[in-house]
Design a protein around this ligand. Sequence first.
Ligand SMILES: [Zn+2]
Length: 321
Amino acid sequence: MINDVLINFPEDVRDDIAAIVEKGGVLTADSCHRLSRRMKMSSESLMIELLPVAASYSIAPISCYHVGAVVRGAENSDGYANLYVGANFEFEGQALGHTLHAEQAAISNAWLHGETSVTALAISAPPCGHCRQFLYEVAGNKGLDVLLPKGSYSGLDNKHSDPELSFDTIDLLQLLPAAFGPLDLGCEKLLMDIAEPSTKLSLDYCDLKNEQQDKLVDLALAAANSSYAPYSDNFAGCALQLTNGEIVLGRYAENAAYNPSLPPFVAALSQAVLHNNISEPLDIKRAVLVESATNCTQKNVSELLLKTYSKNLALEYFQAK
Ligand SMILES: [Zn+2]
């Protein structure tokens, strides 16, 4: 948990770092500016220092391998940006293929907070192949600076490894040469390019019971309309209400290679963790999924994974047009 790692930071910056939890896994640009000044380091070095904070959100009951990632959003006029943390999330009792990786969690976190690009990603070891493919959907041929703690990647020459810095920088395109991506499938937009709603799904509220015409359904619909599904048109969004009253959202993030696609239910669960820094199973009061009607569906995987946490809770499911 985050309290276990705060002790490693100077006392005068701990409040700023602890505030990452109440802000849903975000270190604001103002805090980033303040921390960089007090700790006398660049925002890139700060991202490396925050990796244990990000890893404190990890839920890894199968591997016990705790991974954290930090991504940087768009810079403001002072040259600082919000930082977003993410951590791996494993589903005990389910197939390993459902696992959320830390890089995916951090990107999804930035996207759900309104970022339309990321400018760097810090991670404790070179990203796995699954994440390289996921990140390529965000970065495309523009590439992305991947920051690694010094010595965690041996394949760098002196040109890319400055002995004065605590980290090395490698471009995603070096990690994923000859990549297959959106352009190969005729898609010119990348995952975070879409600032406005990407589709205009609506629900026929006449079909719904009165008690279902509520905020949670509206939020799941809005998440579906901002999701990214250029290959299947399976636009989908999820809204979870936790027993503590909090509401968290997840958007579907599709991938040109299909398998690294991030289901909206998993994205929402990750948000629940990022808002609470918890290690226990999540208490979910209601789970709503809204999706477009296509020959793909998020329904079955959402029901399956919901059972992992709330055996008796039924998924509230809506098909939008
Ligand atoms: Zn990975």
